[in-house]
Design a protein around this ligand. Structure first.
Ligand SMILES: [Zn+2]
Ligand SMILES: [Zn+2]
Length: 649
């Protein structure tokens, strides 16, 4: 008999040779139906692989990343089986799972090419093999045998991969007529894969090397239920409509210009309004929470970043040092704001009574990203953090953490993110040497974070070993309207920089002490946050935030003058209003302004001019009837007020 330890630390006895599936069956029928793979002492295995010794075991379902990975990687094999059935002689490169789905890099025989039509044919074949439930069987072979097998098959891609493996570690997986070199793990059989969509064909150099052969990469996604695939496809369609690059163009929020440089966003007038309003909103909250606003330059002396350690991290792999012509001074584009704020802290002596001090800055930083990695506003080379650094006594950590969590709550409430949780990243208890700072300080900081989250009722999950080497941290993840997860703000404890910059305060004992530093950015960066906000709201921002709240649409040129009177009066009442007095049909004007996501459309014609009213349409809701200009102003101010009250409790 062997002892199997489950994640809740309970121990069960089984016959040696029990499998992951056997354990799942012993727990419940339902789990046996849902389980996809199993981790045995930290390594993910097939459900059918016998466990011969005592082990810690965790079963994975579709809800777990590992479960999905097993599912999607197995789907790559199923796709390869279908490809080989149609195109014997195809050479297979690698076929991993990706964040959503899988791909396989293949080399079709005789220079053949795949088209979108072929993808449908392959999908059908995959489902046929799924219905036939081909078992996915693991076997070990020697390096020599593996080389012979794939040489005979004529697959030089696989023989190249085998050449790099250690003898004694080589495993094959077979299902139906298809055998692949693979480490696994896999599903027990192809029958689990009930729904498939092959999504794209692309070119990819073998091993990512542009000097080598261009292979065909086929992407796909698969699910255990047809309904899940349908929901996924609807979500993808909606995501395309909400793509922040598309919406940003339609609303004229931001742009990129190759003449300016890749990954360097240009904020257009409306985008700048939006961003400034977000900044003002956060500045006001921060002022209420005792922050002081500071400003620092976009470059700094290279030695500043040598002191902070950022030179080591960013120096080689980011923008290079800037030299002055005459005196040979060396500067760097600012990769982080923290060193500058440490220097502000050091401007004068600090006493325990002065702490905490909180310096906030919308600080723009520059980090090189490869051009292929750039993506709209989410991956850029210059971005503005809503940064702040809190310098406090160790006994103040928990209170400060709670206050930062409060700020994050206020932001999420104002911007209608209802579904969020936070990841607590702590030390790896088995590797204390990886971390700087005393063990007592770490204990204090970790329990401060855990307790602060508990006391604030924040939904969290904890990951051991994910802390930075200089301190534990808390990262916020939000789910957007489409159910996608985004990482936004972060709060990090830091023992390292106070040490490197020799920061001090005089304690009540008249001795010198080191303050603890907290880095925090609730939005993360303005660029990324605006991107997420666009995709979450589809560009229909809350009324308090949206660049233009109303647009006046005269039904013909005759009423342009009245339209401008309406707009002037509303702007005077702080309603952000513009006039669309283009010589276009009213239907066209309505459509164009709906595309620009202006929340209120005010149509004016003869009747409205005579009665000094506007005909109100709400974006997406249609007609709201006729209102006087004052009534409309009061109506809007009321809606904004409702959105912004009650945020602090
Ligand atoms: Zn595999
Ligand atoms: Zn920082």
């Amino acid at each position: 008999m062997i002892n199997i330890t489950l994640p809740d630390n309970s121990v069960r006895e089984f016959e040696a040779g029990i499998t992951g599936m056997g354990i799942a069956e012993a727990i419940s029928n339902r789990l046996a139906k849902e389980v996809l793979s199993v981790s045995v002492n930290g390594e993910v295995w097939d459900l059918t692989r016998p466990i011969e010794t005592d082990a810690s075991v965790k079963l994975f379902t579709w809800e777990d990343r590992e479960g999905k990975e097993t599912f999607w990687h197995s789907s790559a094999h199923l796709m390869a089986e279908a490809i080989e059935a149609f195109y014997p002689g195809t050479k297979f490169g690698i076929g991993p799972c990706v964040e959503t789905g899988f791909y396989y890099d293949i080399d079709l025989p005789d220079g053949q090419q795949l088209t979108d039509k072929d993808l449908e044919m392959l999908e059908k074949k995959m489902l046929e093999f799924s219905r036939e439930r081909h078992s996915m069987v693991r076997s070990s072979i020697s390096k020599e045998e593996a080389l012979k097998m794939f040489t005979d098959k004529g697959d030089n891609l696989k023989t190249e991969l085998i050449g790099e493996l250690q003898d004694g570690t080589i495993t094959l997986y077979n299902q139906g007529a298809f055998t692949d070199l693979c480490r696994g793990p896999h599903l027990p059989d192809t029958g689990y894969i009930k729904a498939v969509k092959l999504t794209a064909i692309a070119g990819a150099y073998w091993r990512g090397d542009e000097k080598r052969k261009m292979l065909t990469r086929v992407y796909g996604v698969s699910f255990p239920k047809q309904k899940m695939l349908e929901e996924y496809l609807v979500m993808i369609e909606e995501a395309k409509k909400r793509d922040h690059r598309k919406v940003g163009r339609e609303m004229e929020l931001f742009a990129f210009s190759e003449s300016v440089g890749l990954g360097l966003p240009l904020w257009l007038p409306k985008g700048t309004q939006l961003r400034s309003r977000l900044e003002e909103f956060l500045k006001k909250i921060q002022k209420d929470f005792g922050y002081e606003q500071v400003m620092t330059p976009h470059i700094g002396d290279v030695n500043l970043y040598k002191t902070s350690g950022h030179y080591e991290k960013y120096g080689k792999d980011s923008f290079q040092v800037i030299k002055t012509p005459a005196e040979g001074e060396e500067y760097m584009l600012k990769p982080m704001n923290c060193p500058h704020h440490c220097e502000i802290y050091k401007i004068k002596p600090r006493s325990y009574k002065d702490l905490p001090v909180r310096f906030a800055e919308f600080g723009t930083v520059y980090r090189y990203e490869q051009s292929g990695e750039l993506h709209g506003l989410t991956r850029v080379r210059g971005f503005t953090q809503d940064d702040a650094h809190l310098f406090c006594r160790p006994d103040q950590l928990k209170e400060e953490f709670k206050k930062v969590i409060d700020i994050v709550f206020i932001i999420f409430k104002a911007l209608d993110f209802k579904d969020y949780k936070a990841q607590i990243s702590l030390r790896d208890p088995n590797k204390p040497e990886k971390y700087i700072g005393s063990s007592e300080n770490w204990d204090k900081a970790e329990s401060a974070i855990v307790e602060a989250c508990e006391e604030k009722g924040l939904k969290t999950f904890t990951v051991l070993g994910e802390a930075a080497f200089y301190g534990p941290k808390l990262d916020f993840m939000v789910r957007d309207a489409l159910g996608r997860s985004w990482q936004l703000g972060t709060i990090q404890v830091d023992y390292n920089l106070p040490e490197r910059f020799q920061l001090e305060y005089i304690g009540s004992d008249d001795k010198r002490h080191r303050p603890v530093m907290i880095h925090r950015a609730p939005f993360g960066s303005m660029e990324r946050f605006v991107a997420v906000l666009i995709e979450h709201t589809a560009g229909k921002f809350p009324l308090w935030l949206t660049p233009e709240q109303a647009v006046v649409l005269p039904i013909s040129e005759k009423f342009n003058d009245y339209a401008h009177v309406v707009s002037d009066m509303l702007n005077f009442s702080d309603i952000r209003t513009v006039v669309d007095d283009r010589n276009e049909k009213i239907g066209r004007k309505i459509r164009d302004n709906e595309l620009k996501r202006v929340p209120y459309l005010l149509v004016v014609g003869e009747k409205e001019e005579e009665t000094r009213t506007v005909a109100v349409r709400r974006q997406g809701e249609g007609d709201k009837g006729s209102m006087t200009i004052d009534e409309f102003a009061a109506f809007i101010n009321d809606e904004v007020k409702k959105q912004l009250t009650g945020l602090y409790n």
